[in-house]
Design a protein around this ligand. Structure first.
Ligand SMILES: C[S@@+](CC[C@H](N)C(=O)[O-])C[C@H]1O[C@@H](n2cnc3c(N)ncnc32)[C@H](O)[C@@H]1O
Length: 214
């Protein structure tokens, strides 16, 4: 059974997208997309041979070898010319940015990203690369919140707060902001008292988050 986290990503893929799932690990997302006829075929990749072997084992189990092309390699360096959409999930923003810092990014029209952290940096990086945000959603799975962001080619300006909290999310989910507020308060309690500038910065964010929970 596919987790809620991965199901939520599958819902963001459209039939017309030519997709590569980077860092596919088990390939369960690719299998779900093809089995449910969301896509006719997909390329899945992983940098790690063991992960790829696991992917290939699962693909064979579902007899989808002719529809799922599993390949070993680093990020978008092993992409085909016809791919216009990439999915990256379960990785941190620094690794994601390393993956995206490659000339092949120019052929990508749509990115579906579920980063583990630093969504501010992710949004900022891709907006600088001339992508804009067309969708954001939060999914709750096994005690964790995950953020899905879809970027598409195009220029748009965002405020600092939109980049920080998400231009869609900022107006959306009070539960999520309650959760962030709790995390912020826990963080504030652990900052040493002499770090005044750091405390002021986080206090300001705490006030802003409190407003978003109302
Ligand atoms: C935590 S798993 C996430 C698997 C799956 N995407 C998910 O969301 O469940 C991260 C996978 O990304 C792979 N990975 C890390 N860096 C990569 C890179 N530069 N290119 C391709 N795969 C990478 C790892 O080997 C690992 O299998």
């Amino acid at each position: 059974m596919l987790s809620n986290r991965l199901k939520s990503i599958a819902g963001l893929v459209q039939n017309k997208d030519k997709v590569m799932d980077i860092g596919c690990d088990h390939a369960l997302l690719g299998i779900c997309l093809v089995k449910n006829n969301i896509l006719n075929n997909i390329v899945v990749s992983d940098i790690n041979q063991k992960a790829l072997d696991n992917a290939i084992k699962n693909i064979k189990k579902y007899k989808l070898q002719d529809k799922i092309d599993a390949r070993l390699g680093n990020g978008i360096s092993v992409i085909d010319k016809n791919i216009n959409t990439i999915i990256i999930s379960g990785l941190g923003t620094n690794t994601i940015i390393k993956i995206l810092s490659h000339p092949n990014l120019k052929q990508i029209k749509k990115l579906i990203i579920q980063s583990n952290n630093d969504h501010y940096l992710l949004r900022k990086y891709l907006v600088l690369k001339e992508y804009y945000i067309t969708h954001e959603s939060i999914v709750y799975d096994k005690g964790h919140y995950y953020i899905n962001i879809v970027f598409e080619k195009g220029k748009r300006k965002y405020t600092f707060k939109e980049l920080m909290y998400g231009p869609f999310l900022i107006y959306a989910n009070k539960d999520y902001f309650e959760f962030l507020l709790k995390k912020k308060r826990a963080l504030l309690e652990n900052i040493p008292k002499y770090k005044i500038t750091t405390i002021i910065k986080h206090k300001k964010e705490e006030i802003f988050l409190k407003r978003l929970t109302k």
